[in-house]
Design a protein around this ligand. Structure first.
Ligand SMILES: [Zn+2]
Length: 307
């Protein structure tokens, strides 16, 4: 069993300004911690290709891609949403972030790697079909899932989202799609202030009150996610891996710890082993305490490597 680690130098060059929490140093914190924890040597490193226009258009359509390309600045920052800006490298980073997840799907489907983690930014799960928002430009996990379905012919893909913010973009893309089960937890109330309505039986969104910790999170996973996944029998498990529900995160008020991320990873490995030949594709979303982010990704990957 091998685990891929996929990133691209452009993901480090996307920079939304000195005080923006979604900062390039997040990737340094992850890389440094993986080396310090002795995990880096067990990973198979890949450079992400850029997603093709066709791959991105499966989720966003040609018009949205044209809009983003037109918004890409020659110098400085161009805000495409109150929280989201493009610098001259951002478009390249966004293409490679999506391409990393496509590559991860290809590696998992070919059997070259069983599990994969994409250390990418900008993140993706707030990006709707036609709207960038919440630090996200292209919906990386959705583009990967569509690739798994349309290129590899999968019929059932599960997307798991444990970021502290609701993955409104992923929900927007897949509501009503019989090929995709979305299970999530998120703090409510909190940005983007939606996700309570579970618009289809394949959307299993569990809001958690501010102050909730590992006990509440594990109950949501055990009582809501795992039965839904057992019934759905996913052929691929994909993870929108945001680590901003950590107790040290400055942007939210949940109280998860590294051990909760290790635990949920082990539970997802069991699901993947039962139905998906062990295939797991995980992609970075949020996580804004640099120390907690590094430690949490390390524990997530420690479990994937051990699989
Ligand atoms: Zn988040």
């Amino acid at each position: 069993m091998t685990t891929a680690f996929i990133t691209h130098p452009s993901c480090r060059q996307h920079d939304m300004g000195q005080y923006h929490p979604e900062c390039p140093e997040r990737l340094d914190a992850i890389g440094d911690r993986l080396i310090a924890a002795g995990l880096d040597v067990h990973l198979h490193h890949y450079v992400a290709p850029a997603a093709t226009r066709e791959q991105i258009a499966r989720v966003h359509g040609e018009r949205y891609i044209d809009e983003i390309e037109a918004a890409s600045p020659q110098t400085g920052l161009n805000y495409i949403d109150p929280d989201t800006a493009l610098n001259p490298y951002s478009l390249d980073a966004a293409r490679h972030a999506a391409g990393a997840v496509v590559k991860a799907v290809d590696l998992a489907m070919s059997g070259e790697c069983t599990t994969a983690f994409c250390a990418v930014r900008p993140p993706g799960h707030h990006a709707e079909r036609g709207r960038a928002m919440g630090f996200c430009v292209f919906n990386n996990i959705a583009i990967g899932a569509r690739h798994a379905i349309e290129h590899h012919g999968l019929e059932r893909v599960a997307i798991v989202d444990f970021d502290v913010h609701h993955g409104n973009g992923t929900e927007d893309v897949f509501t009503g799609d019989p090929h995709v089960l979305m299970v999530s937890t998120f703090q409510h109330p909190l940005y983007p202030y939606c996700g309570l309505d579970n618009p289809s039986p394949l959307m299993v969104n569990v809001p958690l009150s501010p102050g909730s910790g590992g006990a509440e999170f594990r109950a949501a996973v055990t009582d809501a996610w795992l039965p839904a996944m057992a019934k759905f029998r996913p052929q691929l498990v994909m993870i929108s891996a945001g680590f901003d529900a950590h107790r040290e995160d400055p942007l939210a008020n949940l109280k998860l710890t590294e051990s909760d991320y290790a635990w949920v990873t082990r539970e997802l490995i069991k699901v993947a082993r039962a139905h998906a030949d062990g295939r797991i594709v995980s992609s970075l979303e949020g996580g804004y305490s640099l120390s907690a982010l590094g430690r949490s990704v390390a524990e997530h990957l420690r479990e994937l490597i051990a699989e």
